[in-house]
Design a binder for this molecule. Sequence first.
Ligand SMILES: Nc1ncnc2c1ncn2[C@@H]1O[C@H](COP(=O)(O)OP(=O)(O)OP(=O)(O)O)[C@@H](O)[C@H]1O
Ligand SMILES: [Mg+2]
Length: 280
Amino acid sequence: MKKKPLTVVVYGKGGVGKSTMCAHLAVSFAREGRKVLLLGCDPKADTSLRLMGGRRPPTIVDMVTGLEGRDFRDLVMTGRPGLDVLETGGPSPGQGCGGRSVATLCQYLEDHARELSGYDTLVFDVLGDLVCGGFVAPLRFGLGRDVYIVSSEERASLFAANNIVRVASAPYHEGVFVGGIIFNLRQNDAPPGRLEAFAARLGVNITAVIPRDPDILESEERGLTVFEHAPKGKAAALFRALAAAIAGRKGAVPGASARAMPADEFAEFARGRPIWKGTF
Ligand SMILES: Nc1ncnc2c1ncn2[C@@H]1O[C@H](COP(=O)(O)OP(=O)(O)OP(=O)(O)O)[C@@H](O)[C@H]1O
Ligand SMILES: [Mg+2]
């Protein structure tokens, strides 16, 4: 029997570093010999830009009018060896609904199950957090199994992370795993004990702590990952270790075992000891 693909779905507050994680995971997995499809759900197409040397791929939304009967190969672009990219794009600002675009992508994937079966690794870069029900589509369609949450040490980001655990651990998402939290720090001297306390309250694993690192931003500006921009740097080593941990599903807990804090408990947690001086 064919092994189930590794499906990684990355959620987190806007701007927290989801596309950065997805791009580096996709390249790490491909370098390990996996056949990877990166699924971008972002009007900015950030992940694709990094993986395609700054070129923007065609998007499902761009082509939506002519989508019927359009060949899968017309939309999927090859970034690097072992790595394909399929970008949903999004509606024009002020028009349409981003969540609906994600659901359109999932429907498209369901209709192209045969082409999808050629991949052993799917990485979903879903825009935003789970405030909009449409963003949950990869879980609802049963396309995504391992949920990773990207969060900084800041309160608003932890608030989103808590909500994501709430959705991922909902009983109707049977078979979903909360793989862990990837802490992507805003400030490198964030108190580590605080991050651990947060993860422990939710019953989830900390998969990685990535510091603020100028190599990450500089590589983005060049349309590259840190593996090409600064291959010997600290960020490259951390992203490689992150990919290995995810491939090994170390610490992944069934969604139902993770537990979101109720709103009052989160407020008490955030107030208890300031997470970060001056941010709230
Ligand atoms: N650890 C880091 N060190 C330095 N820069 C970083 C780090 N993580 C992310 N960045 C930069 O921060 C910006 C936002 O990151 P990214 O685009 O990955 O966030 P996102 O969560 O995907 O955002 P969106 O919600 O808009 O899709 C990018 O310019 C990225 O290069
Ligand atoms: Mg993004």
